[in-house]
Design a protein around this ligand. Structure first.
Ligand code: COA
Length: 161
């Protein structure tokens, strides 16, 4: 069975990688889908995020990285995929995730959203937190893969030029 793990991944963190590895032990194929969230202003372009994720996941099989502009359900319908994977870190995620799962189900009735509980050690990480800590010179190497730590450094240097 094929599933999609969507998100803005700006940037991908070890919390996301944990969910991806665990989803791969359940599903035969997983598409990590970099999508737009119109409510967010991102640091990395969609293509930069895709490239970074491909680098980070290069050792894993059964996973593909793709980019989508527009409604998530349109991508799922086009590719005949009926399962969405999302991670839940804390109770605070629940309301937002419930709203999205119900809206997506309304738009695509065959769809099921499967929630994986984030591992405890990554349950406080978010992409914004990582960016904020990196911006002020803090160490994020325990929260992101090395490729991402390097990309963050580069981006922040570019911003200062
Ligand atoms: N580990 C670490 N961080 C995690 C995490 C985990 N296991 N699970 C969630 N997060 C964090 C992310 O880092 C992100 O942090 P940020 O807000 O600081 O950037 C946050 O939780 C949630 O982000 P994400 O999972 O990327 O969701 P999102 O809200 O940015 O986007 C989409 C969700 C992309 C799936 C949604 O916007 C979408 O479907 N877009 C397409 C348009 C569409 O169809 N809209 C209608 C939806 S009903």
């Amino acid at each position: 069975m094929k599933a999609v793990y969507p998100g803005s991944f700006d940037p991908i963190t070890l919390g996301h990688v944990d969910i991806i590895k665990r989803a791969l032990s359940i599903f035969d194929e997983l598409v990590v889908l970099v999508t737009e969230n119109p409510r967010k202003k991102c640091m990395f372009t969609l293509e930069e995020r895709k490239k970074l994720i491909e680098e980070v996941l290069s050792d894993l099989s059964g996973v593909k990285v793709d980019v989508h502009h527009g409604l998530l359900v349109d991508y799922l319908k086009k590719h005949g995929i009926k399962v969405l994977v999302r991670g839940l870190r804390a109770v605070t995620d629940y309301e937002y995730e419930l709203q999205m799962a119900l809206a997506n189900k309304k738009l695509y009735s065959d769809l099921e959203t499967v929630f994986l509980i984030a591992s405890e050690k990554f349950s406080f990480i978010s992409s914004s937190l990582v960016k904020e800590v990196a911006l002020y010179g803090g160490d994020v190497t325990e929260w992101v893969p090395p490729e991402v730590a390097r990309a963050l450094n580069e981006k922040l240097k570019e911003g200062k030029r």
